[in-house]
Design a protein around this ligand. Structure first.
Ligand code: PEP
Ligand code: MG
Length: 555
């Protein structure tokens, strides 16, 4: 894109406005804004002569919407994998929900109104009902019910779906982007997306990362932005509308530098992660689902260092079955073709709430009932996952990792369950492979007893996101404490060093899979400490490789 294309349209300094949000994915985008979702307010109430004909129109539109969702599901399955695609099956089911249908049909009959209006009102009512629920998972369904209702309305009004963006690439702006909208978008026409609502754990955020475009959430954008030139700075989390010429030129330059850097980094594909003095370490990818494997491979990951399996549970309406999980783990293992795939067992609770677990509300969820604590109580749920993992291990190189460990006893119990599962499978004549067992080191307790823990497992992976939170007693979710949440704090670095020493003393290899692993200002420090593996988001792999290759592990 050439800045001169826009300079003619650029307004003076006085029009430039900046809006701050939270970054979901880095990068710079420059282009016109496209505000989505205006049409949904344009549904008018009209009186009808023959309500029964409106009911037929509604039923036909609903069936067409289901058929469209079936197509989107197939497309998403190919592009982003089963876990992310599953939401479109859920949408199909929601369209058959009897309460939802009854409400619409009832309104048409009793109020003698048009189908569009009945669908819009019912969609709003159901959405408000979900939004008012305590449970975060159910709250998130508010966007889904709006999404299916808008789809039916668009069909009733004879409009195109959300994928139709026009000819010019745009920065998409919306209150909330439903997953079916993000996956349908013609990617060649999308420069970035910005939403007012949404969270970093929402489907939309996960899909955005998969689509690899800069994205912000929590932006209070102005309603009059449609068609105006804007800049998205994913790193700083800002949206600049109607930039002045200097700002536009500055960002155009930054964007060119970014592109050049990305091109140079691509030249590192296929090269080893080796320091100047010849020390080689493993560089793996963190993923949230099957759909992220493509990005891991495209960026030359040596393996998967952290598969956050809880996303399978978060994206589902009910406990994912052994078969569903087996398929997901097997697909990842097969696609990674013999490279190591470390799958973390379920880590829900705290910031990741799953409605159907019916967990009690807690005053202090970060320090509450989460991860391995739940799994060791809900043996049925845990064993289902372990069975799926062991079965999938036959098809690749799978390792299992337990989160939030604070005691040797927890590790022993988890290992006993693994043994139980293996025996069951043997009895059933089901084959499984060689599986390494490891734990996450993300509590100060685990660091302090790491010498004992190391005797129980084959590897440690340091979760610096939680380790920082628990070491510094700073809630990682609290934006007001962002400025003192310091992963470089000497206490955190000493914890990492102690973990590496204890692990090595007992034959355990030690990696880092928290965000700090991708912090290139610390790469050399980690090499000095003797860290064996870094697991980072796919987009950071080549940057970290570059840093490793410019480091000296002896200095
Ligand atoms: C961590 O705590 O550093 C980690 C990798 O796990 P999560 O961010 O999923 O809690
Ligand atoms: Mg963690």
């Amino acid at each position: 894109m050439n800045v001169d294309n826009y300079c003619g349209n650029v307004a003076g300094d006085e029009n430039m406005r900046e809006f701050v949000g939270k970054s979901v994915f880095n990068g710079i985008a420059i282009g016109p804004l496209k505000v989505l979702g205006k049409e949904e307010n344009a549904v008018k109430r009209t009186k009808v002569e023959k309500p029964e004909e409106e009911i037929v129109r509604f039923t036909q539109a609903k069936e067409q919407a289901k058929a469209e969702l079936g197509e989107i599901y197939k497309k998403a399955l190919k592009e982003v994998g089963e876990a992310s695609a599953a939401i479109f099956e859920v949408h199909q089911m929601m369209l058959d929900d009897l309460d939802y249908i009854e409400s619409i049909v009832n309104m048409i009959k009793t109020q003698e109104i048009n189908a569009e209006f009945a669908v819009a009102v019912t969609g709003d009512n159901f959405s408000e009902m979900f939004a008012a629920m305590d449970d975060d998972y159910m709250k998130a369904r508010a966007a889904d019910v709006k999404d299916i209702s808008n789809r039916v309305i668009a069909i009733l009004q004879g409009k195109n779906g959300a994928g139709n963006l026009g000819d010019e690439p745009v920065i998409i702006v919306a209150d909330d982007l439903a997953p079916s909208e993000t996956v349908q978008l013609d990617k060649s026409k999308v420069l970035s997306f910005i939403t007012r609502h949404g969270s970093t754990n929402s489907h939309t955020a996960i899909l955005a990362r998969t689509m690899n475009i800069p994205a912000l959430i929590g932006v209070e954008y102005p309603e009059d932005g449609d068609g105006k030139i804007a800049i998205v700075d994913g790193a700083k989390g800002i949206l600049i509308i109607e930039p002045d010429e200097n700002t536009l030129r500055k960002y155009e330059e930054l964007k060119r530098e970014d592109e050049e850097q990305a091109r140079l980094l691509m030249e590192l594909k296929g090269k080893p992660n080796i320091t100047k003095d010849g020390k080689e370490i493993n560089l793996y990818a963190n993923i949230g689902g099957v759909g992220d494997v493509a990005a891991a491979l495209a960026n030359d990951a040596g393996g998967i260092g952290l598969f956050r399996s809880e996303f399978l549970y978060l994206e589902s309406d009910d406990y994912p079955t052994e078969e569903q999980q087996f398929k997901a783990y097997r697909t990842v293992a097969e696609n990674m073709a013999g490279k190591k795939v470390i799958i973390r067992t379920l880590d829900i609770g705290a910031d990741k709430q799953v409605g159907y677990f019916n967990l009690e509300k807690e005053d202090n969820p970060a320090m509450g009932y989460r991860a391995i604590r739940i799994c060791l109580d809900r043996i049925d749920v845990f064993k289902t996952q372990l069975r799926a993992l062991y079965r999938a291990s036959y098809y690749g190189n799978i390792s299992i990792m337990f989160p939030m460990i604070i005691s040797v006893d927890e590790v022993k119990k988890a290992k006993d369950l693994c043994e139980e599962v293996k025996k069951e499978l043997e009895k059933e004549g089901v084959k499984y492979g060689q599986v390494e067992l490891g734990i996450m080191i993300e509590t100060p307790a685990a660091v302090m007893i790491s010498d004992e823990l190391a005797k129980e497992v084959e590897f440690f992976s340091i979760g610096t996101n939680d380790l920082t939170q628990y070491t510094l007693a700073i809630d990682r979710q609290n934006p007001a404490l962002d400025n003192i949440y310091d992963s470089h704090h000497p206490a955190v670095l000493k914890m990492i060093k102690q973990t590496v020493n204890s692990g090595h003393a007992h034959g355990c290899w030690v990696g880092i899979c928290g965000e700090l692993g991708a912090d290139t200002t610390l790469t050399e420090t980690f090499l000095h400490m003797g860290v064996d593996e870094l697991s980072v988001s796919p987009s950071m792999i080549l940057k970290v490789r570059n840093q490793i290759r410019n480091s000296d592990s002896t200095r």
